[in-house]
Design a protein around this ligand. Sequence first.
Ligand SMILES: Cc1cc2nc3c(=O)[nH]c(=O)nc-3n(C[C@H](O)[C@H](O)[C@H](O)COP(=O)(O)OP(=O)(O)OC[C@H]3O[C@@H](n4cnc5c(N)ncnc54)[C@H](O)[C@@H]3O)c2cc1C
Length: 399
Amino acid sequence: MTALPVLVLGGGIGGLASALALAGKGCRVRLFEQGSELKEIGAGIQLGPNVYHMFEMLGLTEAIERWSAHPGNLIMMDALTGEEVTRLPVGGAAFRQRFRGYLYGVIHRGDLYQVLLEACRAERSVELHEKRKGLRFEDRGDRVVLHLEGGEAIEGACLIGCDGLWSKVRAQILGDGTPRVSGHIAYRAVLPRTEVPDDLWQNNVVLWAGPKTHLVHYPLRRGELYNLVAVFHSDRYEEGWDVFGDTEELERRFAHERPEVRRLLERINVWKMWVLCDREPARHWSKGRATLLGDAAHPTLQYLAQGANMAIEDAVVLAAYAEITGFDWERTFKLYEDARYKRTARVQIMSRYYGDAYHAAGVVRELRNDILAPRPGAAPDFEGMAWLYNGITLPQANR
Ligand SMILES: Cc1cc2nc3c(=O)[nH]c(=O)nc-3n(C[C@H](O)[C@H](O)[C@H](O)COP(=O)(O)OP(=O)(O)OC[C@H]3O[C@@H](n4cnc5c(N)ncnc54)[C@H](O)[C@@H]3O)c2cc1C
């Protein structure tokens, strides 16, 4: 191990997971976050069984179980007719048995963030710095130098760019321009349990699929809150997120959909808006002593609900290779991206297809419903999601 610390730029879910995973391998880590306080905004996060395996590797199972809940089913409803299209029972024994003993989960982003933050704070080898914005880095062969706004230059053994969709580290490593604007907008809000009509409350992740729209809802914080995400196609290309949404626009977009959908949307006065972006998958995202992780490396649309899950998988895999290579960072980063690019690319590409299926109209919508309709008497089929929910096999050092 080297005396210089590992530098992590960005204190989102990916950055904190990286700091924690590397500290667990004995590394000293310095993390720099531009925000004025380390916190996560937004609402719910879905957790696949694949990420529960990672929580176990990070020693977080108990803390996550304290805050996450396990929905009974993932259900797709047709938002025009109100018919159930399909369901996957993700909360039962058969699912658990199929996926290494793990269930599907949901958690408030703030709670997931807090669990990671507290775990990092408990590590003496992790230093967390707020209000520190990274501008660029230099690779000097035997070390990196990270230049921060205000003129500070920080030396490290290597740099992990966890600085999200608009990553500055990516601009330097890949220089592949701005992300792709998908033309889809997400509005997110959280309702207190008391605001949700009883007939619309259920312990499932429900997706109402309508032409060029969908609405997702599920309970959070052990049923105290109801998470809503409404997505529609729009040419409002304003970059950004965490901007207030326009309730009238939302009403217009969902005007022809089922009363259940409109009744839920009506309950919300304040929405936060996200312009959804992704990128084409990249084969390489490391150069010398610098690499990317999470959305900086493989930003995806959220239709498989796996962006944060992938960032956490990245972190655990990267740390495993760091240990195997004896902290040879160039080798580590090469092995890490080799291990991750196809799986994360598949999430990026499949998320687009899922978005198309959710938003289908006309004959395509009818075909979707026919294709996804369950076969009478058939057992639940988990195999379609096995490539994702089976999770990953972690690398082992040769003995
Ligand atoms: C509507 C929606 C729903 C979603 N639902 C799910 C879901 O259910 N499940 C799931 O797994 N994923 C979901 N995702 C995706 C998930 O939110 C992201 O993939 C995940 O947050 C990425 O984490 P990250 O740490 O890589 O990036 P980010 O969360 O973007 O964090 C990047 C951090 O870097 C900081 N930063 C940026 N630039 C600099 C700089 N120059 N200097 C210092 N700091 C910097 C930022 O302030 C930020 O804190 C969803 C996304 C959306 C939009």
